[in-house]
Design a protein around this ligand. Sequence first.
Ligand SMILES: Cc1cc2nc3c(=O)[nH]c(=O)nc-3n(C[C@H](O)[C@H](O)[C@H](O)COP(=O)(O)OP(=O)(O)OC[C@H]3O[C@@H](n4cnc5c(N)ncnc54)[C@H](O)[C@@H]3O)c2cc1C
Length: 370
Amino acid sequence: MKRLLLVGGGQTHVLVLRALAQHTLDVELTLVTPSPSLPYSGMLPGWVAGHYTLDELLIELAPLARAAGARVVSGSLRSLDLDQRTAVTDQGQVLHFDIVSIATGAVIDVDAIDGAREHTLPLRPLAAFVSGWQNILQRAAAATGTFRLTVIGGGAGGIELALAAAFRLRTIPLPMQVQLVTGGAPLMPGHGARARALIREALLQSGVQIFDTTARSVESKVIHLDDGRTLPTDVILLVTGASAAHWPRAAGLAVDQRGFIEVNAHLQSTSHPFVSAAGDAAALTIAPRPKSGVYAVRAAAPLATNLKAALNGQALTTFAPQQRALYLLSTGGKHAIASWGHWATAGRWVWRWKDRIDRDYIAKLRLTKT
Ligand SMILES: Cc1cc2nc3c(=O)[nH]c(=O)nc-3n(C[C@H](O)[C@H](O)[C@H](O)COP(=O)(O)OP(=O)(O)OC[C@H]3O[C@@H](n4cnc5c(N)ncnc54)[C@H](O)[C@@H]3O)c2cc1C
């Protein structure tokens, strides 16, 4: 019997599991995941803001794996031997495969800023962020003076989190200040001028202080900025964008300049056809796209189809991602901005729209636990 190994239980692979559950497969299927559940990133800012309970955004992996006939191995993949077709987890477990699918997302590079590894809470892995944020709320509630929270990162993720944190911390009856260090680049690069203007307005209205510069180094209570200023802070959230894990390159897979796994239109590694990759971990050579859940979700169906076809020695299908994606960005309260190409609009109705899409998405992935 052939062995198919799925690495990573994120947005891509939850949908792959759901698709594989629709068919009877004569395959030994294994999912390796560090966490038994996936916090849905689209609803994470809403949870930080206090609009959702944790339970509302968690996708349990075991029921999805069971429905697809997969066994779940708890752990993080550390290395791949592409000659022997084996993978080793951080728990030392050796997993054999004929075909491996990698959808391990992106990581935050905690070594890019001096001191960040010790003194910041990185947004990824999301499971660790979730418990870290709960600790921050406790610290904020126990603070005796002004509580200062700084977000490092001026992309969509950093801004959504800064706005969500500002909204949530306002519920604490103490002075608080949320600060955003943008990295010096324009806010939300990749979005149109109108969306960027709307987001800047939202930040100003929320009282988030913007520092259009780079963080050079951080200590436990202070950030040293590139322009020479020092920023006092109680906690720091690190949201500096998508970086690649080191192990795909170390394994000998073809990777792009940033270290993401290069794949062809069939979502196969350009160097090793028995390796597939999709979502944030992959770099689609025929049509590069930003790291975004929209493309990860869109890749899941062709990935599942191609994994089945590869196992059966059949012809593979082609993945053609859409040109551009709709982004719905929450702004703290129950209000959001819609951004699509150069078009953008905002309002409470956008939040309701986003809320409905997110809840429907989660509902599709909720299977009973038995
Ligand atoms: C706060 C936030 C809000 C976002 N909002 C949006 C949005 O509104 N719209 C949008 O399009 N995108 C959004 N994104 C981006 C979106 O979450 C990602 O693009 C998407 O999740 C990528 O899916 P993926 O399957 O590639 O990886 P992920 O969903 O990140 O999943 C990867 C999984 O692999 C696991 N993993 C990592 N390393 C290993 C390893 N070595 N071994 C085993 N498992 C491993 C991780 O723990 C994780 O569970 C947001 C991201 C964040 C952080």
